[in-house]
Write a protein that binds this ligand. Structure first.
Ligand SMILES: NC(=O)CC[C@H](N)C(=O)O
Length: 420
């Protein structure tokens, strides 16, 4: 099979992309069984009693590699982009982060599932990601908040998961060649060649993934951070009215804003700017969200129409849309940033923050017009991690200041345009 690997968006000033090597043949990888769980047992109880389960799933990557694994959760066939996440904790927040729509999340932490799942850590109403790839699925759960085993949760959410796969080797491959499209299947009838072709004929670039995750109608958000977990707020009342554009918004962004004294109205991604201005908000938030910021010109148009009329703040996808609305360009990174351990230099406060990140695209600072300031820099690769345009009351961050899961260094009222 000689299918050309699809071209990706060309790099701009930064050399984060490399072309992917063409492969002529399929290569099969499997991991010697260390932890074996039966998928039916995991699905039913999260606990294994038959240690001899053999591989019943395959992950076929567009570079021609075939990874044999064991399935848990839903069964079937699913295509998506494979990204690796280096967070040590927070798999449930990751599973419910809508920004992962269209992606398989591979956890580099080898031991997943040990704290089970609970009702409190969900970041959205659903799991939008394509699937979960892990090294070892915990055979037991132990946490005071645990209400369910991870395997049961995945099955309930109709989400595919695989384990007993060499996540370290796949991560090395992604770091070397860049993010890869993959197909995950439990269907024996599909040949490796068919799956390879499927992976090569799909691409995440250029697809509007936001419209599949946004809310359908405006609603008020009232929930604050539980005082037991809060460390930075002193029970402010609703001082400011904020309109939050839901491009795939995480609940903890809303909770943190609410705790800082904001009355919040969440609106769908296609909510007209004119309607927002009629509501006379004190500020507008553009949220995180999945996929390619260049694939949603309608959202950039809305951001442009609001610029200068109201103070605005962007997080992740919101930051990228602001970058484009200000006249700048975004580009696809080689393998992006996904984890809770990214050092960022905050040039405004002159300090380094350890931050939670999840993005595959970035704003090219060289493409931005005069007057736009780069306020934060990712210290791992020098990419743009924050912007400000004081003339139009704009600030934005590429990473997640609400940090769930992740460190709390960026949770600060000092930088919010909504607070005095
Ligand atoms: N967390 C996000 O908002 C992700 C932004 C964008 N979808 C990216 O991958 O870069």
């Amino acid at each position: 099979m000689e299918l050309a690997i699809k071209n990706r968006i060309a790099p701009t000033t930064q050399n984060f992309l490399t072309s992917k090597p063409k492969v002529k043949s399929l290569r099969v990888f499997s991991v010697k069984c260390i932890t074996s769980l039966s998928s039916s047992d995991v699905a039913a109880t999260g606990v294994a009693d038959r240690p001899w389960k053999t591989s019943d799933a395959r992950l076929v990557l567009e570079d021609g590699s075939v990874w044999r694994a064991k399935s848990f959760g839903a069964r079937g066939t699913q295509v998506g982009e494979v990204v690796f996440n280096t967070s040590l904790t927070g798999y449930q927040e990751i599973l419910t982060d809508p920004s992962y729509a269209g992606q398989f999340v591979l956890m580099t932490n080898p031991h997943i599932g040990n704290t089970g799942v609970n009702f409190d850590d969900e970041e959205s109403r659903q799991c939008f990601l394509a699937g979960l790839v892990i090294r070892s699925l915990s055979i037991s759960t132990s946490n005071w908040r645990c209400t369910k085993a991870l395997g049961d949760y995945l099955l309930e959410r109709n989400l595919m998961g695989i384990y007993d796969v060499d996540t370290r080797a796949i991560t090395r491959r992604l770091r070397q060649d860049g993010s890869l499209i993959g197909v995950l299947t439990t269907e024996e009838s599909k040949t490796d060649e068919e799956l390879l072709e499927m992976s090569r004929s799909w691409d995440i670039v250029g697809i509007d993934l936001i419209s599949g995750v946004t809310c359908t109608a405006p609603y008020e958000w009232v929930d604050k951070t539980d005082p037991e977990w809060d460390f930075n707020c002193e029970g402010r009342g609703d001082i400011y009215h904020v309109i939050a554009y839901d491009f795939g918004i995480k609940h903890n962004i809303l909770r943190r804003l609410s705790s800082y004294g904001c009355k919040i109205t969440v609106v769908p991604s296609n909510w007209p700017a004119s309607e927002t201005l009629k509501m006379k908000p004190d500020g507008v938030l553009f949220s995180n969200g999945p996929g390619d910021p260049s694939a949603v010109p309608y959202a950039v148009k809305t951001v442009k129409e609001l610029l200068g009329n109201v103070p605005v703040f962007g997080i992740c996808m919101g930051h990228q849309l602001l970058g484009q609305a200000l006249g700048g360009k975004t580009f696809k990174m080689k393998f992006g940033h996904h984890g809770g351990n990214h050092p960022v230099r905050n040039l405004v406060a002159n300090r380094v923050e350890i931050s939670a990140q999840n993005h595959n695209y970035a704003v090219d600072p060289a493409s931005l017009p005069k007057g736009v300031e780069v306020t934060h820099i990712n210290l791992n690769d020098g990419s743009c991690a924050g912007l400000a345009f004081p003339a139009l009351n704009v600030i934005s961050l590429q990473y997640h200041p609400e940090a769930s899961p992740g460190p709390h260094d960026s949770d600060s009222g000092n930088q919010s345009p909504f607070l005095s």
